[in-house]
Each structure stands twice: as structure tokens, then as C-alpha cells.
Design a protein around this ligand. Structure first.
Ligand code: NAD
Ligand code: DAU
Length: 356
């Protein structure tokens, strides 16, 4: 069995659902259930004995010790994190607590458990740390995409905390021999994405008749990957990645934010047209830019393809169509995540009336 952390969040829940759809190996899912964790994401697993959910913190060493000793996983996949850049600008405390201190405590607990395993299990054990392309900083328009050798130049409190966690994972391998793997992935999108991030926020706001808040000139570039492709990459790295290595994961889909918002509006115009006949594009508003906003990310995922044969299955066109269709088909899920805490956040970030 494997231990997944953060498996009630966007990528973690997609990973757990896909993992159990692909095979029979059970999962223990440790998640603190912050505002971003949502048990509704895991509803299809209700009554499935292969999935054990535990509410708790990766920084709770005693709890993690108990879970490791009790379930004896052959691997840990660490998704748990504070993940939203804008929130890290408003306040970084939780990011340091979970992404840095939490990862440290998790590594220590796993090191203790791994050190006590019989030889064969020790050799087979893996700790896979899920990280981001944002640790590499921002690219000039014509610069080559990030390779795994790119220097770390994190620019936001979020990316700095993730870079710190990546360094800890690296050090626990080099110093203590812990068999780690790290993946650095570009922007994900797809089902179950919390509507504080660009793509789900734009879909949800468009359908609600609210403004579509584009930061600054909207010419920032991100490299988008459909979440199911990220999950397949993680499964592949866990199965066959070389211990101690990092693997970049990306979709070869560089797009400006404005192009993304236009695509979403055009799909909604086709699939759920406004009753007044106008395009959803008329709801686009340019708002104050994010402080320290990274201009461009792009991932060179050739190492993962060369060594492990992984390629994304979706193009951006197929993935974004599936995503918009999923949000249209799941208004109850959207309603469910729009809790009081979420509304407070939108009011703080965009002003009470502009996008809320
Ligand atoms: P998310 O914010 O949707 O989910 C994070 C999950 O972690 C939530 O379920 C939350 O409850 C849980 N969590 C937070 N603190 C915890 C703690 N202390 N202990 C246990 N659980 C805790 O994030 P996501 O978008 O699914 O991202 C998952 C991971 O992938 C993160 O490490 C993130 O840095 C990384 N990543 C995300 C993207 C992306 O585009 N979303 C891209 C690359 C990498
Ligand atoms: O690159 C990987 C990273 O992608 C992950 O590590 C992060 O966890 C994930 O949140 C994401 O970070 P971004 O900051 O790129 O994602 P976000 O969806 O917040 O923003 C995407 C782009 O859209 C970014 O340039 C900011 C812009 N944006 C975002 C929001 C929420 C807007 O223009 N308007 C908005 O309202």
C-alpha cells in the first residue's frame, strides 16, 4: 500500500481516484482538510475498503509515525502543501508551516520508519515529493524552457517555500540515504480544481455573470498540463524513476493568461451561451497585477520522456474542453466549495464587489 498526503486537494484527489481506478493497491490518504481539502472530491470512493482517509497534519510527527507503523506503506507520495501564490502574498505563515516545517517533519518520520524496515523493503521504498516549476523563477520571452539543471530562483513566498522543501528532500537523500524522487510540474488544470486558481475561477465567475479579473496586461505565460497527465507522470516516476533524481513534468502548452481566458469564454459561448446573446468575453476586466508576478514559465519535460517514456495524453484543446464540460456538469460541486471561507478570500483579494 502507499501513503498519500494532501489527497483531498485538487491534484491529490485526482491522483487517488486514478490510482485506485488503475490498480488494486490500497491508499492511506492523510490530509489536514484546509480550505483547499474537500472530501466531496473522494465521494466515488465511499465504501471502498482500499481507501483509508485520515484527517491530520503532515507536521504531526506522532500521527505520521503511527500511520507508518500501522500501515507499513511501500511508498509515500507527498502532495500536501499550501499551493496558492496570491494567498502566500497576503500571508506566508501557513506556507512556511506546511511546506517547510511540515515537509521536514514528514521526512524525519519517514526516515525513522524506512530505517527500521527489513533490507528488501528498505531497498524498494520510495518517497516521492510533488513540486512545482515555480522554484526555477521566471523566464525571459525567448529563453529556453526550464530543465532539471536550471538554478532555483523562487520569487514568491509560495515558490520559496516549495524550493525549501525540495532542498530538504534532496538533503535527506544525500545525507541520510532516503530513497527520494522529486517531480517539478507546470500549471495543472482539470476537474476538482478549487476556484481560486485562474481556470476554474474564470469558468465559475463567467457562469455567475461576474467579472473575469485578468491581472495586469494578461500577457504572462504559463505551461498548462491536464491534471490526469500529471497523475500518470507521478505514477511513472514512482514506478521507474531513478532514486535521487528530479523530473520536470509539463504539457508543452505555453499560453498567455489572456489567451486562456478567451478560450474559456469561447467554449462557454458554444456550450452554455449567455441568454442575452453576448459573449462571455464582455465580462473580462483588467485588475491590478500580482506583486512580483512571474512573467513566464515553460517546462522542458524531455528527461521524463527519454528515461521513462512519459508523454501527456491530452492536448490543451482536448483538456480544456473536458474541463469546461466538467464544471458545467457539476454545479453541485462548485456550490459546495463556495463556503464562507472561500467568499471571504474572494472579497479580500478582488474587493467585495468586483469579482465576488
Ligand atoms: P491544493 O491546495 O488543491 O491541495 C492541497 C491539499 O493539501 C489540500 O487537500 C489540503 O487540505 C492539504 N494540506 C494542506 N496542508 C496540509 C498539512 N499540513 N497536512 C496535511 N495536508 C495538508 O493543491 P494542489 O493544486 O492539489 O497541489 C498539490 C501539490 O502539487 C502541491 O504540493 C503543489 O505545490 C504541487 N503543484 C501544484 C500545481 C498546480 O498547478 N496546482 C503544479 C505543480 C505542483
Ligand atoms: O506553475 C505551477 C503552479 O501553478 C503551482 O505550483 C501552483 O500551486 C498553482 O497555483 C499555479 O500557480 P499560478 O500562480 O501560476 O496559478 P494561478 O491559477 O493562481 O494563476 C495563473 C496565472 O493567472 C498567473 O499568471 C496569475 C493569473 N491570474 C490568476 C488569478 C487567480 C489572473 O490573471 N487572475 C486571477 O484572478
Amino acid at each position: 500500500m502507499i501513503l498519500v498526503t494532501g489527497g483531498a486537494g485538487f491534484i491529490g484527489s485526482n491522483f487517488v481516484l486514478d490510482w485506485l481506478a488503475e490498480g488494486a493497491e490500497p491508499v492511506v490518504n492523510l490530509d489536514k482538510l484546509t480550505y483547499a481539502g474537500n472530501l466531496a472530491n473522494l465521494a466515488p470512493l465511499k465504501g471502498d475498503a482500499r481507501h483509508v482517509f485520515v484527517q491530520g497534519d503532515i507536521g504531526d510527527a506522532a500521527l505520521v509515525d503511527r500511520l507508518l507503523a500501522g500501515h507499513r506503506p511501500r511508498a509515500v507520495v507527498n502532495f500536501a502543501a499550501e499551493s496558492h501564490v496570491d494567498r502566500s502574498i497576503h500571508g506566508a505563515e501557513d506556507f512556511i508551516a506546511t511546506n517547510v516545517v511540515g515537509t521536514f517533519r514528514l521526512l524525519e518520520a519517514v526516515r525513522g520508519y524506512w530505517g527500521g524496515l527489513p533490507e528488501a523493503e528498505r531497498a524498494a521504498f520510495r518517497f516521492l515529493h510533488v513540486s512545482t516549476d515555480e522554484v526555477y523563477g521566471s523566464l525571459a520571452p525567448d529563453a529556453p524552457a526550464f530543465t532539471e539543471d536550471h538554478v532555483f530562483e523562487p520569487n514568491s513566498p509560495y515558490s520559496a517555500s516549495k524550493a525549501a522543501s525540495d532542498h530538504l528532500v534532496r538533503a535527506w537523500h544525500h545525507t541520510h540515504g532516503l530513497p527520494v524522487l522529486t517531480t517539478n510540474c507546470s500549471n495543472n488544470y482539470g476537474p476538482l480544481h478549487f476556484p481560486e486558481k485562474l481556470i476554474p475561477l474564470m469558468i465559475v465567475n463567467a457562469l455567475a455573470g461576474k467579472p473575469l479579473p485578468v491581472y495586469g496586461d494578461g500577457q504572462q505565460v504559463r505551461d498548462w498540463l491536464y491534471v490526469k497527465d500529471h497523475c500518470s507522470a507521478i505514477r511513472r516516476v514512482l514506478a521507474a524513476g531513478r532514486v535521487g533524481e528530479t523530473y520536470n513534468v509539463g504539457g508543452w502548452n505555453e499560453k498567455t493568461n489572456l489567451a486562456i481566458v478567451h478560450t474559456i469564454c469561447d467554449l462557454l459561448d458554444e456550450l452554455s451561451p449567455r441568454t442575452d446573446g453576448q459573449s462571455y468575453r464582455s465580462q473580462i476586466t483588467h485588475v491590478t497585477d500580482r506583486p512580483g508576478h512571474d512573467r513566464r514559465y515553460a517546462i522542458d519535460a524531455r528527461k521524463l520522456e527519454r528515461e521513462l517514456g512519459w508523454r501527456p495524453a491530452e492536448t490543451f484543446e482536448t483538456g480544456i474542453r473536458k474541463t469546461v464540460a466538467w464544471y458545467l456538469a457539476n454545479p453541485d460541486w462548485v456550490q459546495g466549495v463556495q463556503s464562507g471561507a472561500y467568499r471571504d478570500w474572494v472579497a479580500a483579494q478582488y474587493g467585495a464587489t468586483s469579482a465576488a
